[in-house]
Design a binder for this molecule. Structure first.
Ligand SMILES: [Zn+2]
Length: 435
């Protein structure tokens, strides 16, 4: 047996050291990430126990008060930007100044959740390597991964040279309006950044982790239909017509039949009709009064739609508007679009960032992450800065059931996500900033 055969045999028999291609500080990052997992989970449980539904501004501030000291301890300058002007809590902005002229990184996450205090889903339950709880992944799990990655960098001595800005919005799930105000600080932070890393959940299916370099837009709309109120015995007559509920039903049925196209989804999430309809100020509740024998004069529906490009957004809006305008007899209707999230296009710069992450995966002994189909994830705050900086989405933990009472975060994904983020930031921090 010659030496080459021996070497080949020994390579087969002995698995390569797990972190063979990591630098000494990167090996420290990996060790610290593993060591600190119990503390990370404890922090996550503490954050999840505090309700921070977007409209619960007091709750969002309480989560801020738990997160801010973690960043301050790491040497970040902390700033709170109140968002009373758009009826939201505000944004936590933290800045770490490192070596001048190196890559400036913007880390994006959020303090709020979709679960308002009225939701029955309020507490977390540990289920083996899952944590089942409101915001356990979205985005409290992401915030914990972010903090843990920065802490591992500090332990390894790689944070001190890194230029890092953290923006944790308080209204990611329902951005305040106008978004020009609600997202001004995020956009401003991106003006001083070269790279944006979005710490929302990573998509992982069947043991495969995916990298995400694009997100669809999201915008909401309200359709208001009106009609002539009368006794039900007169409905469809030449004098009374179809009433508001049939007009609204016509519109949403036509949407379903006529709008579908690739990369587009649309939804009606809330609907009511009757003699009176009231929509709560936060637009999360409708109430209606009416009688079965009264032709309803009013019907309202709230929905959203998501698309991949601005061209698709413009086209779909025009088609929706045209459908709404074809009224049934003695009815009227209008659709009002609200501002939402712009699309994040899959650019070559975003792709290059994923290539960087995949080099780290190789060095960590992890499988490469293929590009995720953008339809498989929702819109996010990074979309507001996607036209300014290269970006990568899904730096947070793996999860299931987000935005539902089945939200469960996969705690076993924390170590690898913390290592990926910390090593990516470490390597980026050693490169020159773009001009
Ligand atoms: Zn969310």
């Amino acid at each position: 047996m010659n030496r080459t055969c021996l070497l080949a045999l020994s390579l087969l028999a002995i698995p390569a050291p797990a972190h063979a291609r990591l630098s000494p500080p990167e090996q420290t990052i990996a060790a610290v990430a593993d060591r600190d997992i119990p503390a990370d989970i404890a922090l996550l449980e503490k954050l999840v126990a505090q309700n921070s539904g977007t409209r619960n501004v007091e709750g969002v501030r309480k989560v801020r008060d738990m997160v801010a000291p973690e960043l301050a301890t790491l040497g970040f300058a902390i700033r709170w930007v109140p968002m009373d002007a758009v009826h939201r809590a505000g944004h936590l902005i933290a800045t770490h100044t490192g070596r001048p002229g190196t890559t400036r990184m913007l880390l994006i996450g959020h303090l709020d959740t979709v679960f308002e205090p009225e939701s029955p889903f309020q507490t977390a339950t540990r289920e083996g390597d899952k944590l089942h709880g409101p915001g356990a992944s979205d985005d409290k799990g992401g915030v914990v991964v972010m903090i843990a990655a920065l802490r591992a960098m500090q332990a390894a001595g790689t944070l001190k040279d890194a230029n890092v800005s953290v923006v944790l919005t308080g209204d990611e799930e329902a951005a305040g309006e106008p978004v020009e105000i609600a997202r001004a600080d995020l956009v401003e932070a991106a003006r001083h950044a070269d790279v944006a890393l979005d710490f929302e959940s990573m998509v992982a299916t069947g043991g495969q982790d995916y990298g995400s370099i694009a997100r669809r837009s999201a915008a909401s709309y309200t359709i208001t239909a009106t009609g002539v109120s009368s006794h039900s015995g007169q409905i469809f007559s030449p004098e009374v017509g179809d009433g508001a509920v049939f007009e609204l039903a016509r519109i949403i049925t036509a949407f379903r039949e006529q709008l579908p196209e690739p990369d587009l989804t649309f939804n009606i999430g809330l609907i009511a009709g009757g003699a009176t309809v009231t929509l709560s100020a936060d637009e999360a509740q409708m109430s209606a009064t009416g009688k079965t024998n009264i032709v309803p004069p009013l019907a309202i529906a709230n929905g959203d739609f998501r698309a991949l490009t601005q061209g698709q957004i413009d086209r779909v809006k025009a088609r929706m508007t045209a459908i709404v305008a074809r009224h049934l007899p003695h009815t009227d209707a209008q659709i009002v679009f609200r501002e939402g999230y712009p699309p994040m296009a899959p650019t070559p710069g975003n792709r290059a960032l994923l290539d960087r992450l995949n080099a780290i995966n190789a060095d960590l002994g992890l499988a490469p992450m293929p590009v995720l189909d953008p339809l498989k994830r929702g819109a996010g705050d990074i979309s507001f800065v996607a036209n300014q900086v290269d970006g990568l989405v899904g730096m947070g933990p793996a999860s299931r059931g987000e935005h539902t009472p089945e939200e469960r975060v996969d705690l076993s994904s924390f170590p690898r996500q913390i290592k990926r983020a910390a090593i990516l930031m470490t390597r980026l921090s050693r490169e020159k900033a773009r001009d």
